[in-house]
Design a protein around this ligand. Sequence first.
Ligand SMILES: *Cc1c(COP(=O)(O)O)cnc(C)c1O
Length: 842
Amino acid sequence: MNVIGKVTVLPRLPQAVARLEELAYNLYWSWTPRAQELYSELDPVIWERFQRNPVRTLLEVPAERMAEVAADPAYLERYRAVLADFDAYMGLTDTWASRNAASLQQGGVAYFSMEYAFHECLPIYSGGLGVLAGDHCKSASDLGLPFTAVGMLFRQGYFTQLFNKDGWQQERYDELDLTTLPIRPARTASGDEARVSVRVAGRDVALRVWQLQVGRIRVLLLDSDVPENSEDDRKLTARLYGGNQELRIQQYLLLGIGGVRALRALNVPASVYHMNEGHAAFMALERIRERVAAGLDFRAATEAVASATLFTTHTPVPAGNDAYAYDLTDRYLGEWAAQLSTTRDELYELARQEQFWDNRWVPSFSMSVFALRMSRAANGVSELHGEVSRGLWNFLYPGAEQDEVPIGHVTNGAHNLTFLAQPFRDLYSTVLPQDWTERLEDKAMWQAIREIPDAELARTQHTLKTEMISFVRSRLKEQLERNGASASDVAAAEQVLSPDALTIGFARRFATYKRATLLFRDKARLSRIVNNPERPVQFVFAGKAHPADNPGKAFIQEIYRVSQEPEFQGKIVILENYDMNVARHLVQGVDVWMNNPRRPLEASGTSGMKASFNGAPNFSVLDGWWREGYDGKNGWPIGDEREYADLNVQDDADSFSLYRTLEEQIVPLYYRRDAQGQNHGWLDTVRQAIITVNPEFSMQRQVIDYTRNYYLTLNTRHDEVEADGAQLARNLGGWKAWIRQQWPHTSLQASAQLPASVQPGEQVTVAAQVNPAGIADGELRVEAVLKRGETLSRVPLESRGQGRYEASIPLEDSGLYSIGVRMMPTKEGLGNEFELGLIKWA
Ligand SMILES: *Cc1c(COP(=O)(O)O)cnc(C)c1O
């Protein structure tokens, strides 16, 4: 059959429970276990079989069962309670944003990301980046921000991971049945299904726009699988991170350009644009095109667009930073220079990064460079990652010190409620104020967790660990049965792991820098730890490798093989198909969360936060968030705070530290009992993890940081730049072009009268002679730069006329000073003084 359209017809629900349909289409349920229970109770088997998807469950559950619950007073009471909470949530007007971000109400934030993890039934994510984006949306809803997200609807998702008999990862691609997902076609004001189209290498690709309701905010998802497209184009949005560079760049065009068009088609106001990773950078092309079509020149349009844009970079690993050779770029961006009224050279210059490819240096079009140039604010995702990113992109700002590179940081968080087990929510509710879920970032509030008695805390953890273990057992059984294992092996799966043993979780993408097999560097020592009869330790692993990442798959296989060895059997296990569901079970059920990436490549990491939300302390390399989160009492570090030149030495040092901390600290503390038979010392660490990690690494804190540090300033800047027909954008665009043209003709000489030694407080005179090449006095900043150890200070030299500049500089502290003089163009209205990347040193 030639299908021209599909439509979902939900069964007519009994009146008493009619709103189950409305609730099913709002992902509010994804962080509300009580809401999920309303559906799982209808039929637990159906619920589990269809990835805990409420829409699908409503489609599958027979009418008789619906009639039954509609007549069940206990069910109806739970139903009413959930809906009352839902209505209160949706109707709340006194939100954080209404009190703290009122200026955003006129416009709002448009957030673009290639992947989103909201829930396992919508598998349009691969890992941490997606979880972060999904969580960001959820907290934007919680805080009441005017916010719309844009992404892609990948019909085959990322992939389902299966292990074969040898523990080798297999990928299975299942076609999602969109009609059973909690999404609906987005409709324009006139009621039509929204459609946009993007020109890709000479073809017009049509996109359907779906919408996903996430609490109070909306996510628009683009889908090229529509009848008007060719067979090949229908597959463009089939898979996340599938295919080659050609496919990727086409997907990026659809996301960036199609995404902006979708916002326009649906009349979504936006004054701030947030690029989550460089994948989204092409949004700038479309926004510049719009402005050029409305009469601005290319440079002014670029200023206007960049001034309202934030770029978040997520990884220092090259595989995460796409760059294209110019011939490939020409195929896909060939038509754009003309549309933007500029030249190919000028456009490509904005994304240029030299690459050492095939033994020679060639220019490339880098998505990250383009994103940096197309934004006036940029950030990394932890303090250390901010620093690493400033180093990585220093070359775009020649003459700037690494610390001056205009990239800041907002440390990642995670959406507490999405990952918090219901029993913990209940337990926390006994000591926290009634509105605790609305002020998760409030550190003082969390102190009350100390009042939770040992016994209750221990009981809750034990219950959740037992649940997690039974989940692991049933998953392993499925896997063994599928692979044709013997009946005795299948039966053995019923016995793996003990709820009384110290249980350590390790789950993440199997990118090699995450060093999933570090634990196995000394297997004899590991065996002694695991097999200690009085104080046993067990490990649960999970994680996907990218389909093309054979070294990552080899890691999985190595863990799988270790898990089959007699001395580790049932004590080290690896689970298939790490997804949101597996993640929730693990972070809620393990005692300790372990992470040992090769510092400083982790950027942030977030899974450890989720574990500590649920009372599992972290045991991790001091990289990313843990470098900030570790306070000496809420978990344990692995290795030292340093980098290594020799990776083998680093692996040895870190694994040595790992074993030793396990043997000498973690295991003894876990098994120590006081006179009451309680492990009070351990539970204090647990409480400390809950108290410190929940507020500081809540997604709520993260989105508040983004709003305060970036969204509000960009929003103000947007207003300034757009005022009077974008006058400031025109001025800046023209001025920058003139400065760039004059800059090569400027010159700078400097001198300093420096005695051999100076007493603290004495002054030295620094002077410079400038040829400004026509650049006005006030538009040059000539300055002395003083470096003493790690501290850098900048002292402006004053103009004395005729290109002469001078200053007397007091040297307050003792020490060795290095003094230099440099100049840079400056102007009122610049986003920051380094954005031109023009700095000249004497
Ligand atoms: C949280 C999460 C991640 C990211 O965890 P990291 O600590 O960054 O490795 C990846 N996948 C899933 C399913 C998650 O829930």
